[in-house]
Design a protein around this ligand. Structure first.
Ligand code: G6P
Length: 606
């Protein structure tokens, strides 16, 4: 995982390195560090914990120099300690790394045989040590770094900085993305363009196998075979403005609250005044496909799972879904006429990107639904459908989820209409339902005080179950995921019909059971399952509309009232109470809501 940056600047590098790392904190935040070269002298500062700690360190122990590299870490090899924090230094070279060096044990053994001992538990240190070893044998810094890279197996985005070299950073990419930023007499390196947003808008993306020699005069890129290559400079549009909490206590609270406005914006990008659903050029001809394969991770996967119900029920298109970390390893056959759809907020999730590459050349068409249009997944897709959620800072995804759902529902409706499964009137009704969503969400968010009271009670539980049926089942899964991510309470979700096949054994008076049940066609069946829970003294929290609560609310432990809504949009609306329950429970427990322990917003390693 981790984020890396590099600066060959005309001003002091440290403040800009830290600011760029701040933008990369979504990749990890368990330690951070920077290294600079100042008048030829290579030096570094590192700190455990969030970037604020590195900032403190730099206040007491500043680091001068206009050339530097930086890193924010999500530990893979070795605990988050100062020793394991990047940059890793071996005398005259410092290295920052995003990825995993899979053959690091062999490399360590080779180093040991040469009498060189590793000082850290990381895989990355071997890169610094080998580069130093090569320099000791007389290779130049560039030759030494390149010789080291040829020894590496696994995934890496690397940046190297050298003692005595004020005008040189080397960068290499195999797997994780790496962007080179072009300034005026300055050059930059970043894990993504967002990291460099306040420094430049001119970006070159390295391709797999590329090695770049970066100086203030520009960049020279060679591919894996050593051939000089020209990679285009793109001018990108990224809002460099500081994202703030707008008066909320946490980014997550802000991102939940802004969903009505954000969703209205998403709809505006896809719906014409006449109620037509417009896709970016060249669109999708849904009559050309017999099936859809959807792949994603985490919350984005639950968006796919929800969309499966829409595509199959409304558009009569069979849908296969899988989590990206499993997908390519089961080597699924991909018949012709398959539309492959990848959903990712960040567009950088390593497994989702790898699944996309697995489908490349096999599926008829590769489409991605992303929040970051400049991301790797977007760049490698045939068609990109942006969700227009704006920057999402909270590690637990909220507004991106509801925007993903909204785009996927519009896609399913478009498919249904194109395939003749619904007529114009039915399409118009569904579109009307979508247009009504922001107002309904606003009402849902208005239930926050009630949900907060419920959450206070939930915060005392050790285990919580979530139940849903039909299209509310993925929502139950999302509710449980959200809760465990940020409150650290063990939560599981089941399709309520499955309760009797095992999970009912868990029910006793200590286990709250959250039932997500709008008053839809499956309501009575869900209520029967809920009664089975109550008969075993389970404490039911029923989330439904006024009619549902009226019909079935007797005897429940607690309830949350949602506005009545058309069935088709219920999963999007009911995401709100799921998010608020998790949020208020986490606040009641005093956890770090926006940056929960052990997690990262974007998982850029396998
Ligand atoms: C991490 C995040 C989740 C997110 C998942 C997929 O686990 O914590 O919130 O849903 O990655 O990320 P993506 O950027 O691909 O949607």
């Amino acid at each position: 995982m981790c984020g890396i940056v590099g600066i060959l600047g005309n001003h002091e590098a440290a403040p800009n390195l830290v600011a760029a790392l701040k933008r990369l904190e979504y990749r990890g935040y368990d330690s951070a560090g920077i290294a600079t070269v100042n008048a030829g002298v290579l030096d570094r500062r590192r700190a455990v914990g969030k970037l604020a700690n590195l900032n403190d360190t730099l206040v007491h122990d500043p680091l001068a120099g206009k050339t530097g590299i930086g890193h924010t870490r999500w530990a893979t090899h070795g605990a988050p300690t100062i020793a394991n924090a990047h940059p890793h230094q071996a005398q005259d070279v410092a290295v920052v790394h995003n990825g995993i060096i899979e053959n690091f044990r062999e490399l360590r053994a080779e180093l040991a045989a040469a009498g060189i001992a590793c000082q850290t538990e990381t895989d990355t240190e071997t890169v610094a040590l080998f580069t130093q070893l090569h320099m000791d044998k007389g290779l130049s810094p560039v030759e030494a770094a390149f010789a080291t890279i040829t020894k590496l197996q696994g995934a890496f985005a690397l940046a190297f900085l050298f003692q005595g070299q004020d005008d040189l950073i080397l960068a290499a990419r195999m797997g994780p993305p790496l962007a080179i930023g072009h300034g005026d007499g300055e050059m930059f390196i970043g894990s993504d363009a967002i990291a460099l947003a306040s420094l430049t808008d001119r970006i070159t993306y390295l391709e797999d196998g590329d090695r770049a020699v970066v100086t203030r005069a520009g960049v020279e890129i060679r591919d894996a075979k050593g051939t000089l290559v020209n990679r285009p400079i793109r001018r990108i549009e990224i809002d460099a403005s500081h994202v703030d909490k707008a008066g909320h206590k946490h980014f997550m609270a802000k991102e939940i609250a802004e969903q009505p406005a954000v969703l209205a914006n998403t709809l505006k990008h896809y719906l014409t005044d006449g109620g037509e659903i417009l896709l970016p050029d060249p669109g999708i001809d849904f009559t050309a496909f017999d099936r859809v394969t959807m792949v994603a991770c985490g919350t984005a996967f639950y968006a796919c799972m929800t969309a499966k119900y829409w595509f199959e029920r409304i558009a009569r298109l069979p849908v296969e879904i899988d989590v990206a970390s499993e997908y390519r390893y089961r080597e699924p056959p991909i018949p012709g006429r398959t539309l492959a759809l990848f959903v990712s907020q960040s567009g950088e999730t390593a497994d989702t990107l790898a699944a996309l590459r697995y489908c490349d050349g096999k599926a008829e068409r590769i489409v991605s639904v992303v929040n970051v249009p400049e991301s790797s997944i977007a760049r490698e897709s045939d068609l990109v459908l942006p969700i227009h959620a704006g920057v999402e800072v909270g590690v637990a995804s909220t507004k991106a989820f509801t925007c993903q759902l909204t785009v996927l529902l519009m896609l399913a409706l478009k498919a249904a209409h194109a395939r003749g499964e619904i007529d114009g009137t039915s399409l118009a009704n569904h579109v009307d339902a979508l247009r009504g969503l922001p107002a309904l969400m606003h009402l849902g968010i208005g239930q926050s005080p009630q949900i907060q009271a419920t959450a206070r009670k939930l915060s005392e539980a050790r285990d919580i179950l979530f139940l849903g049926r039909g299209i509310m089942y993925p929502l139950a899964l999302e509710g449980a995921l959200k809760l465990k991510e940020i409150s650290y309470i063990h939560a599981e979700a089941y399709a309520s019909g499955e309760l009797k096949h095992g999970p009912i054994a868990l029910i006793d008076k200590h286990v709250p059971v959250v039932v997500m049940a709008p008053n839809d066609a499956l309501f009575d069946k869900t209520v029967s399952n809920m009664q089975e829970v109550m008969a075993r003294k389970g404490k039911v929290v029923l989330i439904s509309d006024a009619k549902g609560l009226d019909d079935a609310g007797d005897g429940v432990w607690d309830q949350v009232e949602m506005p009545a809504c058309p069935d088709v949009i219920a999963p999007i609306l009911y995401a709100v109470p799921a998010q608020l329950l998790a949020y208020h429970t986490a606040v009641a427990k005093g956890t770090d809501v926006d940056q929960p322990r052990n997690l990262a917003k974007s998982v850029t390693v396998e």
